[in-house]
Design a protein around this ligand. Sequence first.
Ligand code: AMX
Length: 435
Amino acid sequence: MSYIKEKFKAKADELSAEVKDLLKNHGTKKIDEVTVAQAYQGMRGITGLVTETSLLDANEGIRFRGYSIPELREHLPKAPGGQEPLPEGLFYLMLIGELPTEADVQNLSSVLSRRSHVPNHVFDAIEALPVSTHPMTMFTVAVMALQTESVFAKAYADGMSKKDYWSYMYEDSLNLIARLPRIAAYIYRRKYKNGDHIQPDGMLDWAANFAHMLGYRNEDFKELMRLYMVIHADHEGGNVSAHTTHLVGSALSDAYLSFAAGLNGLAGPLHGLANQEVIKWILDMREELGGGMPDKAQIEAYVKKTLAEGKVVPGYGHAVLRKTDPRFTAQMEFAKKHLPDEELVRIVWLVYETVPDILKDLGKVKNPWPNVDAHSGALLVHYGLVEYEFYTVLFGVSRALGVLASLCWDRALGLSLERPKSVTSEWMKLFVEGK
Ligand code: AMX
């Protein structure tokens, strides 16, 4: 067994014993109550899930095992000559619960590189779809095609013991994370670069190799990919992609089935697809205003028009956050350092100065501040990745790190099949009448 796997097992055994005690001694303690509104309105604010990898504070934003995004940028190992954290390090942190050393990250990088081979039938499955298919659909189909490789599913069919679930889930998770950049890059090159594919470079780290296979050689773009893969990885357990992966995994579906389900949630416009919606919205605005840099009054009028048409302003608002998303701020800092004069970036910043006041004036929007998706498109366009339909695939590759680390923990802790109770509106009416 690899030392990282051994370390995970030791951590998991320790926490399993503590959870057993918690359940034995405090299992009946209430941690929350549920209102009628919460049952109808997306279960917002109900504490009802356990996720080890990260925790979201409404004002401070996400913390991964206690570390905020600025702290991760400072403490996680970097590539030689680089300044952004390596996503392999974040995966280690989410899985093990401790900051990795440089050696840990290098080890994980080479493990992923060795496991990255994608069987041909996965490419055939992608090729069977029309080129016009949305890249997220191609991505999910490819992950489903890769399910043939699940060691968890095979071991389950062969009759594995409950105590081994974590081990096979761990193997599947690493294998899947290792293969995703190749699959995503294949989809990109097939759809937008006439199928002119680029072979992986085993000398590069996971995110830099992804950038390379997408066709971007620029060192700053590799740095952007490392940052992007870190900040999109996890956002505690209740968001649609994380919750779906966890829910499907609770049926003992393997990592491929569970992650593909999560990806389908990420593909929704209120979740991960918002990153393509934002840049589309900005480009449409610029075109409608005749091109060039709009001023604040023009942006204000365009935002009001969007709202009057009954649409949301993409990239703004959040179900849990109540302040500017630190993932937005991290991208803003990257842009200030590397591309401060990029017009699209300056539009993003001017939109940031304009939108919150308008949303606040509506009186119903709980969070008028930008989320992670408000900034990413402008950075990607600058480096030439203009095909915005592809952006959610990038998000998905990153999200795998968090949801698959969580899935390993789910099986290691022996979490149960998820099955909350639902009621009908008839039941609700009788309930409020006290019947
Ligand atoms: N523009 C216009 N109206 C908005 C808004 C926005 N950006 N954000 C919230 N509202 C509206 C809601 O549509 C709702 O209106 P309704 O009462 O008429 O239905 C009202 O304000 C209250 O909503 P809320 O409680 O503040 O938000 P929520 O928790 O229901 O939804 C979210 C959160 C993210 C879906 C919502 O803010 C939104 O639609 N934002 C735009 C899409 C987006 O950026 N999504 C990405 C989120 C991050 C991610 O997952 N990647």
